[in-house]
Design a protein around this ligand. Sequence first.
Ligand SMILES: NC(=O)c1ccc[n+]([C@@H]2O[C@H](COP(=O)([O-])OP(=O)(O)OC[C@H]3O[C@@H](n4cnc5c(N)ncnc54)[C@H](O)[C@@H]3O)[C@@H](O)[C@H]2O)c1
Ligand SMILES: O=P(O)(O)OC[C@H](O)CO
Length: 373
Amino acid sequence: MTTKPNPVVAERAARNRGRKVAVIGSGSWGTTFAKVLSDAGCEVTMWARRPEIANEIQVAKRNSQYLPGINLPKSLNATSDMAEALAGASLVFLAVPSQTLRQNLLDLEPHLGERSVLVSLVKGVEKTTTMRMSQVISDTLDLDPDRIAVVSGPNIALEIAKEQPTGAVASCSSLAVAQEIATAASAPYFRTYVNTDVVGTELGGVLKNLIALAIGIVDGVGYGENTKAAIITRGLAEMTEFAIASGGETATMSGLAGLGDLIATCQSPLSRNNTAGRLIGQGYSQEETREQMQQVAEGITSVAPVLELARERGIVMPIVEQVQMVLEGTMAPKNLGPHLATEDSVPQPELSIAGQAPSRWRRLVNRMKGSQQ
Ligand SMILES: NC(=O)c1ccc[n+]([C@@H]2O[C@H](COP(=O)([O-])OP(=O)(O)OC[C@H]3O[C@@H](n4cnc5c(N)ncnc54)[C@H](O)[C@@H]3O)[C@@H](O)[C@H]2O)c1
Ligand SMILES: O=P(O)(O)OC[C@H](O)CO
């Protein structure tokens, strides 16, 4: 059967023709996202810290350490020279670990175009400052908000590298810039939506990792689907309350960057956060878990700063607190569960997010806190 050429895909490729973009970071997500951008018709140059990885991508069109067996587009370029990677790039996508981003930004600053937009693909917070990645960009490079954006969604790299269809959200305070990014990052198997809720979009990606750690932990213990469903549902409530108190929107948390990513990360055995949690639930120490993981599990470093912010904002996050206790070794993995997370003298309302306007949600939370005092 021959498939008809899709006019929308052709038109988008035409709009992306000649659009130079850079991807900083050549791990599993940087490489996969570079493939998406390339398949969308952009001219993509990746930056890899290690010359041998840049060389393999440039010459063999493979990244065998991070995406074994995946053929990368012939047009994709890679270099370990930052100036070369950034030359002429209007969009610069950042796919490095959250704890190295600040230094990477300082390294790229001298080579950044005057109007280039920086787009974070990173799903962590900076441990030392509790900043989100868009805040780290603003703090380091002092750019206007319309030059800082994020892309987030249910995006397990290997599935997307195999062109299994999914979507994401591009978010920027300027809707026009979000649309530019979405155009550049929409391939036949990858649809990118837009919004202007940078805080909510970014926090969705950070917070779901913490809930995925909890899911991994109970999986390691041997608990089944009821426990996991309860953790996912209550986890979404915790994520939503935190995001709203931080200035994010409820709608974002029930979209791809919130609920969507939560489902993907909690369900997938390919998720590094889920896997790290499972190893801890099986009884491995944090140190042993780190050694076994060859890749970044952002949730482990985000737990403490997220709880610090939650306390500042007067928010209770029982599941995330339990994850921290398990990581610290002060709670046995088998004791993690929503039924043990609160000790109510009076039964509490469930506070489902479905259909709640932010003001109503906040009133309910305040009332609940009042009844606990
Ligand atoms: N893998 C996914 O499915 C996925 C999907 C969406 C978002 N993300 C996010 O993308 C970010 C990167 O994750 P990843 O999956 O590519 O991780 P990864 O572990 O696959 O790769 C990390 C990359 O960062 C590089 N790196 C390590 N130290 C560095 C430094 N000091 N400076 C520059 N680069 C350095 C590594 O060499 C490697 O290329 C994370 O925040 C992650 O949460 C990942
Ligand atoms: O492998 P994880 O746990 O870092 O999750 C990858 C992506 O964030 C899923 O959207």
